[in-house]
Write a protein of this length. Sequence first.
Length: 451
Amino acid sequence: MSKLSWEKPTIIKHAGGLANKFGQGVSRRTLSRIDGVSVEALIERFGTPLFVFSEHRLRQRAREAKRAFELRYPKVQFSWSYKTNYLDAVCRIFHQEGAWAEVVSEMEYDMARRLGVPPEHILFNGPYKPEESLRKALTEGARVHIDHYEELYLAERIAKELGRVVPVSIRVNMDTGIHPRWDRFGFNLDTGEALDAARRIHTGGALTLDGLHCHIGTFILEPSAYGQAASKMAALAKQLRQETGMRIDFIDLGGGFASRATLHGQYAPGADSAPALDDYAEAITSALLSAGFAPEDMPTLLLETGRAMVDEAGFMLTRVVGNKRLADGSRSIIIDSGVNLLFTSFWYRHEILPVTDRGGMQEETVVYGPLCMNIDVVRPSVLLPPLEAGDPLVIRPVGAYNVTQWMQFIRLRPAVVLVGEDGSVDVIREAETLDNVKGPERLPERLVNKS
Ligand SMILES: *Cc1c(COP(=O)(O)O)cnc(C)c1O
């Protein structure tokens, strides 16, 4: 086990008097350091807004996940979900920790190849793989998870062109008790469609089926749903073995484990309510171990965990731009990072912490971003002390999906830095410039101003 690094103890100041809805004193949390590096110093050096990632947290979480599963099951392989965060530095760290790549488009496939990931360590998912990208992936030997019949026929045609039998896997979906049900991706298991697709692959002769994949949803707070998924997938694998002699090499349970973020509708904070990785691991591995596979048929367990690996490693450093009383008397502040950079604010109540607390009465506050757009609300309501323009704030956890879904609407995207395990700080994505944005544009000759 790796040595845990020392972390400065946090002293939480409790204000007397008022109690929160849990009957506890109102805590006044602050966050002044990330892995020992001063937030003020980061802001001084790089300005705001600024995304900060912690290498220590990325590696620690990857190892924790690996340990949770490998303790319980003999053959486990993680794959990093590129769409959750495809910054090269982040992907590289996960690859160094042993993860393969899981991609859902040709762009992501090319990103993984550029980082040196061998094709056989790339899982290619997604409902739309244009012919050329599918041909490239199958020719190079990537692991393609087929989503629908048209894609299956196309894969068969490509295999025939190649003149060899090509291994593929299928994505399946099923009822695991999670609603709304994600039945739009892959072949449905409960109706028998997945079994039909597998038989079709078997009888077609152009392809072989070497794996079954599912991804039951995202931010799933019920580990038992994974137990159900694993049992159903195992039953399908066994049925195929008996019926056709086909041997399923791997069962891929996808991603979707919850991070410690808090959903808008959730009562208890995510840090207290998110299941531990051990809980997910227990549900999945006990279902597979009790499925009755012959020892030589035990499939490899693949996992494509995204948000649970990266969310807590990401922080947004931002600053207060102004204070405002709204017409109904409620307090609001404007900050320099909005939903353009924190797309996940639509689903999660991100924690917003001052760097220092100067005291004064805390008040429910609406936190607006800098966009000229009514929907630019980072928190509809959060308890904050009095703040002045220029005061720094830290928003967390924001490591999952924000740096892939961020949008370049009226403002340039800011820099992203990585705090190394030795306290070094590196820029892993430069702040955008106007040339980055305007570079691909072309002005027709007749519109060039010749004045
Ligand atoms: C998005 C995605 C993942 C990762 O999901 P998380 O909820 O971030 O863990 C894994 N597999 C597939 C197929 C996906 O689409």
